[in-house]
Design a protein around this ligand. Sequence first.
Ligand SMILES: CC[C@H](C(=O)O)C(=O)SCCNC(=O)CCNC(=O)[C@H](O)C(C)(C)COP(=O)(O)OP(=O)(O)OC[C@H]1O[C@@H](n2cnc3c(N)ncnc32)[C@H](O)[C@@H]1OP(=O)(O)O
Length: 258
Amino acid sequence: MLAVGAWWRPCAAEMAVSFWNNLLQITKNRVLQQRGVSLYNYTHGFEEHVIKKKLEQFAGGSINLSKDGNGIGVLTVNNPRLMNAFTGTMMLELQEKVTELENWKEGKGLIIRGAENTFCSGSDLNVVKALSSMQDGVNTCMFIRNTLTRLMRLPLISVALVQGKAVGGGAELTTACDFRLMTPGSEIRFVHKEIGLVPGWGGATRLVQLIGSGNALKLLSGALKVDPERASVLFYCTDDTLLLFPPKTRLKCTEIVS
Ligand SMILES: CC[C@H](C(=O)O)C(=O)SCCNC(=O)CCNC(=O)[C@H](O)C(C)(C)COP(=O)(O)OP(=O)(O)OC[C@H]1O[C@@H](n2cnc3c(N)ncnc32)[C@H](O)[C@@H]1OP(=O)(O)O
């Protein structure tokens, strides 16, 4: 009887984890389907292979993924020379890492952070300039939006750990996570109107879903700086958010920040 019990318990634990993972995936998919979020494909005029070839030409930085034995992944946007701006190859690497996470059966949580105490300053402006034709711009945006939609759909609890600045596409990246956690002195800023762009990474739509159209309009049209205090007023992020995280994710965030 004891032997049967000992055999049964890990099996039940695995079943419970698998049950919760499936439930989370199903719930996320339903919510996303209700919101009408789908991936761009050739029917939208999107030619992924064409834009991938172009993005390959803009090298630099990296996207690093570490996965620990507790099922917590840490995705680091790494290009500190440019305040962690995304080069073309980083956009391609992000897609690869998302594919890896989609296949990570043991995954439970994901922390997204920037290297060297700043979060991310969006697209590398040199890439934006070089790919500024209508077709290239639209294709680049479709490419990164697809990747971020897949990131949102992962059956993992995701947290954007914002240290330093999350600007432009970096601000948009925070909206693709389930939660945002901001350290003192950090800021999120949708600077797009300052440079005459609309948010190209799908961040405006996600922001409306997160904080409502009135608040989203204020942040976007004013390019307002969102510090941790304003973030907590907007329910964009709160101090007690941390309490919602599984203890192992909480521990990992604390380790990174300290
Ligand atoms: C499709 C567009 C996409 C989208 O969201 O849809 C975008 O993301 S467009 C890009 C939007 N981002 C920006 O416009 C941010 C521009 N950068 C800044 O405003 C500042 O650099 C800031 C606030 C991030 C940091 O300011 P700080 O004073 O702390 O640092 P520096 O300005 O001295 O920056 C250091 C170094 O990094 C270069 N840098 C920063 N961000 C970018 C970027 N996005 N692309 C290219 N280069 C960037 C900056 O020019 C400095 O280089 P240096 O050679 O030392 O002068």
